[in-house]
Design a protein around this ligand. Structure first.
Ligand code: PLP
Length: 409
């Protein structure tokens, strides 16, 4: 089996699993309990949060643990002040009420049109407005500039897109946001303006230091960095006010109540440590494998040419049904995707590929290959050979159908 869908899921690293194991067994205690072994677990949990925070240049107190990136994105976007129920992140005692975005006024939120649905769908509920992308998938800075009215409270732009791997110029966006904030201050406009970024796909390949990126809120996802599924985190800059995703026992500063997922968080911390250790080596390795694929594959159009994560290869075989290719490749032991796993499984046309201006037939013919730690160089050569074979057989089949049609009519 050759797995080329690491953007959809990564296997849990054996070292991560080893770090998690004790917290399912002998260290099972509830961190809120009063006895010593539970207090030790609570200390381990806080230390793990510290490690997660350290990986992005923040403090443990700036991190809210969530059940994955979807929840972190939902929490981040609640920073817009709909009904006054926002509560300061830094106050661990007071409980806010869960705001209902559908029944408030409509504040202005901007989001990149190519964002993951866990940003897009929430932003739509808040009456958000999309920022256009250029044909290469990069943000259209002029469009952003034009839409940054005095109403806008939050801008959400992912660090790297999950269908194309395109990396957005966050530092440049942050600089523009700072400029607008200053201008608002000078004019006496008191509305907040925050920058959120979903860094789910970028954690093990890019610099994700929150100060250098200039973000106020940042989403992380353990499931994409060889950690456990259903574990994520939101970085929240000091003073940013959010609405709780769940209320109850007051965990995570009252923003996400519920007994802590101790093994998950311990695993996430270990996964981030490993990601950090291997960051540069991985980038070089994936860039080389990407180069091999692009030189050995035949008859494709390359969709993500520049400014993208080294492990993303998005190809178009215009005229071929890529969904058929996925099934045919699976029969040959090669696992690939046509787009975001969740959109593809529902048979929905990719909004990302549409946003960069691909035609319906280009979208239908697009394959996403994402490289990762389950691969080696021999697999990459083999994958190229199998994909060429399958594509050629598909062209032969299609030209056979065409020929028999022209003969018949
Ligand atoms: N954001 C991005 C960029 C993603 O790639 C994903 C997962 O595919 C998510 C958010 C959602 O993550 P999860 O399903 O773990 O909540």
């Amino acid at each position: 089996m050759i797995y080329l869908d690491h953007a959809a899921a990564t296997p849990v690293d054996a070292r991560v699993l080893r770090a998690m194991e004790p917290y399912f067994g002998e260290k099972f205690y509830n961190p809120s309990a009063a006895y010593l072994p539970a207090k030790e677990v609570a200390a381990d949990y806080e230390a793990a949060k510290g490690t997660i925070a350290h990986a992005i240049g923040a403090k443990g107190a700036d991190i809210v643990i969530t059940a994955g990136a979807t929840e972190a994105n939902n929490l981040a976007l609640s920073a817009v002040s709909l009904d006054g129920s926002c509560r300061p992140f830094s106050s661990p005692t007071s409980q806010g009420s869960v705001g209902d975005p559908l029944h408030g006024r409509h504040p202005s939120m901007l989001y990149l049109v190519t964002e993951h649905d866990s940003v897009r769908r929430v932003a739509e509920r808040y009456g958000g407005q999309g920022i256009e992308v250029l044909p290469n998938g990069m943000i259209n800075m002029e469009d952003l500039r034009g839409k940054l009215s005095d109403e806008v409270e939050l801008v959400s732009v992912s660090l790297a897109n999950n269908e194309l791997g395109v990396i957005q110029p966050l530092a440049e966006i942050a600089a523009l946001i700072r400029e607008v904030r200053l201008d608002r201050m000078r004019r006496g406009v008191r509305r907040q303006l925050l920058l959120h970024s979903d860094a789910s796909q970028a954690l093990n390949l890019l610099d994700v230091n929150v100060a250098r990126l200039g973000v106020d809120l940042m989403t992380m996802n353990a499931a994409k960095v060889y950690g456990p599924k259903g574990v994520g985190a939101l970085y929240v800059a000091h003073g940013v006010r959010l609405k709780p995703v769940s209320v109850g026992g007051g965990q995570e500063n009252g923003l996400r109540a519920g007994t802590e997922n101790v093994p998950g968080v311990i695993g996430f911390a270990r996964a981030l440590e490993l990601a950090h250790e291997h960051l540069n080596g991985n980038r070089k390795k994936y860039a080389e494998w990407r180069r091999i694929l692009l030189s050995e594959l035949e008859g494709y159009e390359l969709i993500n040419r520049k400014h993208c994560l080294d492990n993303f290869v998005v190809l178009c075989y215009n005229g071929i049904d890529a969904e058929r290719l996925v099934f045919l490749l699976e029969e040959r032991g090669v696992y690939v995707a046509t787009g975001a796993a969740c959109a593809a499984s529902k048979g929905v046309r990719s909004h990302v590929l549409a946003a960069i201006g691909l035609s319906d037939s280009q979208i239908a013919g697009s394959l996403r290959l994402t490289l990762g730690e389950t691969n080696d160089e021999a697999q990459i050569h083999e994958a190229a050979r199998v994909i060429n074979d399958v594509v050629k057989a598909e062209w032969d089949r299609l030209s056979g159908i065409k020929a028999s049609h022209s003969w018949f009519f």
